[in-house]
Ligand binder design. Sequence first.
Ligand SMILES: Cc1ncc(COP(=O)(O)O)c(C=O)c1O
Length: 448
Amino acid sequence: MSLDDVVRNVKAKQRLWEKEIEQMRSCKFATICVHGAYTKEEAIRNNQGAVIEPVYTSTSQAFQDSDYLEAALAYKIPSWAYSRIANPTIGYLELMLAMLEAYGTKFKTTACCTSSGMAAIKAAAEPFLTEEKKGKKNIVSMAQVYGGTFQLFSERFAKERGIEVRWVENPGDIDEWKSKIDGDTCFAYGEIPSNPGIALFDIAKVAELAHAQGAPLITDATLSTPALCRPLAHGSDIVVHSVTKSMTWSGRAVGGVLVSKENIVSNILSDEAKQDFAGWVKLWPLRDSRACISPDNASRALDCLRVLPSTMNVLSENSMKVAEFLESHPGVEHVNYPGLASHSQHEIAKRYMRLADTDVNRYGHLLSFEVKGGHDAARKVLDRMRFVFGATDLGRIKSVAVIPAISTHQQQGEEGRKKARIPSNLVRLCVGAEDAEDLVNELKHALG
Ligand SMILES: Cc1ncc(COP(=O)(O)O)c(C=O)c1O
């Protein structure tokens, strides 16, 4: 068989599957979470009818002859020649996440899974930081980002590579974004909502400002998950997630993903890279540096994603009850939760955070609160918790709490924490699926 015949054969099979996936895309969000791209036909055609996606732990794929091998290695046919670059189990997860992020739109989206959320953020950001115009370029990001992202931008990009990082200190203020985004901006960056400050930004307005200057908007929607917010539909070009968090609420996997829509905005990237950014990252930059997720972790994420909307609904409902209780408690100075009317960006949250396929606002399960009495009082509250685990983790089915100033945001330093508005008496609480009354009693006890 000639190389051209191989390409024709494999592409014909691929087109069949693409048609099946397109049919799945017309289903409701919850159905896509259960099935993703793993259709009945795909199961029978390629996986001996296995009902659940098999975990392909093999490092590589064998080919029937040298023509197939050549076509695969030339990227002329979809394949999984080597698991650092592609693997069927990881592929099923990527297709599911691409479908979920595109839900409710006509966009074509692609996804690239990575070994962690940080790997996804780095993989999404680095292609824009090319060497030309060095010393002139800037990144515009909200200051209240996850501590790891803050360090990546300020240490690796600013200090080591000389890229100016313009921090937006009040992300709800569109004029501040406007004053910082200009023709030398490589990309704008925000979290919705942010960890641990629970700040939000107006995705559509920031995307518009960035696009006017030829720059893309990258949004980290880890805390929302696609069940509550899908930034691509609002104008973002790329969305990144720590798959480690609410998407894999079991707490049994570390992973990340970047998802992009077709033809993203950028005055830096080539046309090929803009057309399918996530696919391009997967086959080119990540081929060389590859921080790939393991097939085991991908299958664990798939298992949790099947019930993502109902899980996020329960966790959000619990969080709302806990936030209301904390707001009424005399031992608490302030509560940050986007579902509270007192949250300064509640209106933005109402616009962007809604349970898929409903008109119901749901605000996720991360909140933070400032304890009266300063840092020592906050430590006492943490130490008095019984079933709420004290750990630098979030997104779990179990409640987990931490003091960011001495943990997740310790390395950011006093000045960095001030910029990100993280006082030393702030307790971050990620609410689990325990009974809401038990949770309230637990906090009553912890607050003394
Ligand atoms: C909002 C957000 N983005 C990214 C990350 C990094 O994810 P990972 O720990 O999977 O690298 C985290 C981690 O807590 C996070 O909270």
